[in-house]
Structures are given as structure tokens and as C-alpha cells.
Design a protein around this ligand. Structure first.
Ligand code: ATP
Ligand code: MG
Length: 141
């Protein structure tokens, strides 16, 4: 089991002023932030990032949403990071997310759901590489 995952504080949460509160939840849950930046994704970047969803009816809406303002991608480290982080954020639809999860607390809809989390170790590696070069990732500490 790999120890890393890629998280994003999505544009809705950045716009609402929840970036700090969300990072606080992540750190208090025992994750280490190994890389972080604030970026406004281009359409090309968002299309590439969510390419797995390109046949889905919500793809265009999702790409536009991810480019609608700045977002904060982070590489996180913890044992069993992918599963642990998805447990912390809760279900895609905040109406179905467990109490206390980040999406329950900060998401407003299934589309504008505050955060992203990788869904596998393989995708975590690809998603980290989408945002960060080697020199932008802490190698220890
Ligand atoms: P993410 O990949 O962002 O962590 P997820 O893995 O919980 O979310 P996915 O099925 O991968 O959910 O969907 C990717 C994103 O697409 C969702 O987080 C949400 O922003 C958007 N999305 C998913 N389903 C819908 C839908 N039915 N209508 C609108 N947007 C949707
Ligand atoms: Mg997903």
C-alpha cells in the first residue's frame, strides 16, 4: 500500500474562504503535507486531469468548474493514504457524506464538492505528477 495521495481544495471551497479550515482538518487527521501550491487550472489541464470522465455527461461542467477560480493541490502522506483520505472527505455527494467529513462540512452539491482525492495508488502517482515537479516535493521531514 502506497503512502501518498493527491488532494485538491476545489475552487468552490477556495472562493468560500475554507482553504485554511480544510487544510487544518487534513493535518489533524494525521496527514503530512509534502507539496502544495495555489493554481488556476487551464481548460487543457482540467480536461487532462479528469480525462477518465470524458464520456460522462457532467464532464464539460466539471472542467469549467475546476477552471472557475484558484484551487489548491497538495501531495499528502500517511499510511494507506488513498483510502484514509477518501474516508476523511466522505461521499462524492455531500448529502450522502458521513457526519464530520470534509464534504459534509464544506461541500454544497455533488458537483461543487469542496475537495478531490485520488482513487488508487496508481492514479495518485499520475495526479501528483500532473501538478508537481520533483523539486516541488519535500523528500524528507
Ligand atoms: P473526485 O475525483 O473529485 O475526488 P469522486 O472520486 O468522489 O471525486 P468522481 O466520480 O471521480 O467522484 O467524480 C469526479 C467529480 O466530478 C466529482 O467530485 C464532482 O465534482 C463531479 N461529479 C461527479 N458526479 C457528478 C454529477 N452527477 N453531476 C455533476 N458533477 C459530478
Ligand atoms: Mg474521483
Amino acid at each position: 500500500m502506497s503512502k501518498i495521495t493527491l488532494a485538491i481544495v476545489k475552487p468552490d471551497a477556495v472562493k468560500a474562504g475554507n482553504t485554511g479550515a480544510i487544510i487544518d482538518h487534513i493535518i489533524k487527521a494525521g496527514f503530512k503535507v509534502k507539496a502544495m501550491k495555489m493554481v488556476r487550472m487551464t481548460k487543457e489541464s482540467a480536461m487532462g486531469f479528469y480525462e477518465v470522465h470524458k464520456e460522462r455527461p457532467f464532464y464539460g461542467e466539471l472542467v469549467d468548474f475546476m477552471c472557475s477560480g484558484p484551487c489548491v493541490p497538495m501531495m499528502l502522506e500517511k499510511e494507506n493514504a488513498v483510502a484514509e483520505y477518501r474516508k476523511l472527505i466522505g461521499a462524492t455527494d455531500p448529502a450522502q457524506a458521513d457526519e464530520g467529513t470534509i464534504r459534509k462540512l464544506f461541500a454544497t452539491s455533488k458537483a461543487e464538492n469542496a475537495v478531490h482525492g485520488s482513487d488508487s495508488d496508481e492514479n495518485a502517482k499520475l495526479e501528483v505528477a500532473h501538478f508537481f515537479s520533483r523539486g516541488e516535493i519535500l523528500s524528507n521531514g
